[in-house]
Design a protein around this ligand. Structure first.
Ligand code: TXA
Ligand code: MG
Length: 331
């Protein structure tokens, strides 16, 4: 057994040697490298098989480190940071010249956030430089929400895993583009448009727009978060039942949270929490657990979000977005 201090020491050594380290955050585990070391960052792209056109998020320990990687920090950023950092909000600003082009996929903007996990924060502080940290999964697969999930993809030799326990939020951070006249959410997360608008006391655009300007966000559209087994969505119990009749082999069903449903063998059921926050926390672990059974399909009953408000509504929106992309086929 090693204690936190020992594991941080190992992680620091690996980072200094340009080798990737998986870090716990409140959202999902990230595959970290020194953001200013372009060779180390290239190693992360290679290991994840991530397209070089998809930019990375830079993780910092506080606002002053954020200001080293961006230009044009303003009162809006200040207010959002005060309200939500450390936490699952990523802001996009024009990039500072110190940030290597590989991090931003050649673009003129950079995404930055302060993660809310004591081990991640301690690591960044002691390392003294910002870290890139895309989710620690092979590109396109379901994100990892535990150290064990990361280990399913990468060997000890490839990646040192800093084990910080299961992730508390379970969905990737909200990504907001601060370079537009109206701040625009490119990826929904547990921090919703309404909460952000309240802090800014101004309009916030939400939803992934198709009208990408210079801040195109290639990673926030199209298929993603995908298990090996096809994911099929169903809005009602009747739709789940109908889908089950057509499955050859067997399906694993993640039923709609509040519905009660009887599933006959050979099909299997993985019950999901009713509460939005808990559902989000468990979603990726459940998709992974379902996939590990090697079913011919994973049928997911979409949570009914129509009667929720506030933070709950924001979380369900993010859950729906992840599920839609998990179920999307083609390129
Ligand atoms: O919660 C999170 O954000 C996690 C944890 C580890 O911090 N990280 C994460 O990173 O989800 P990744 O690389 O899996 O997703 C980053 C997303 C991608 O969709 C990417 O396209 C977008 O952020 N992004 C990064 N930089 C951008 C930029 N300059 N402009 C627009 N989108 C950007
Ligand atoms: Mg990812």
């Amino acid at each position: 057994m090693s204690n936190a201090g020992d594991s941080i020491a190992v992680a620091l050594e690996r980072l200094a040697a340009g080798r990737p380290v998986a870090i716990p955050t409140e959202t999902v585990y990230g595959l970290a490298a020194d953001a200013l070391d372009d060779v180390a960052v290239q190693g992360v792209f290679t290991l994840k098989r991530r397209p070089p056109t998809n930019p990375l998020i830079v993780h910092v320990s506080d606002v002053s480190m954020a200001q080293e990687v961006i230009r044009g920090w303003d009162g809006r950023g200040e207010r959002l940071a005060e309200a939500f950092w450390p936490g699952p909000l990523t802001m996009i600003y024009p990039k500072a010249p110190t940030v290597p082009g590989i991090v931003t996929a050649g673009g003129s903007t950079v995404a930055v956030r302060v993660p809310r996990h004591p081990l991640a924060l301690e690591l960044i502080r002691q390392h003294g430089e910002p870290l890139v940290a895309p989710s620690a999964n092979p590109s396109g697969y379901v994100s990892p929400t535990s150290a064990g999930h990361v280990r399913e993809h990468f060997t000890e030799e490839e990646v040192y895993v800093l084990d910080g326990g299961p992730c508390l939020e379970g969905l990737e951070s909200t990504v907001i583009d601060m370079t537009r006249e109206v701040p625009t959410i490119l990826r929904p997360g547990v921090i919703g448009a309404a909460a952000i608008a309240e802090v800014l006391r101004s309009e916030v655009r939400s939803g992934v727009s198709t009208a990408f300007g210079t801040t195109r966000s290639p990673g926030v559209e199209g298929p993603h978060y995908q298990p090996v087994a096809p994911v099929v969505l169903a809005s009602t119990i009747a739709a789940v039942t109908e889908l089950l009749e057509r499955v050859t082999g067997f399906a694993v069903v993640l039923p709609p949270p509040t519905a009660s449903i009887a599933i006959e063998p050979p099909h299997m059921i993985l019950a999901m929490p009713h509460n939005a926050r808990e559902y989000a926390r468990e979603l990726y672990a459940s998709l992974r657990q379902a996939d590990a059974m090697r079913p011919s399909a994973i049928i997911v009953g979409l949570p009914d979000a129509s009667s929720s408000e506030g933070d709950e509504a924001a979380i369900w929106l993010a859950v729906h977005e992840r599920l839609r992309r998990a179920a999307a086929r083609g390129t």
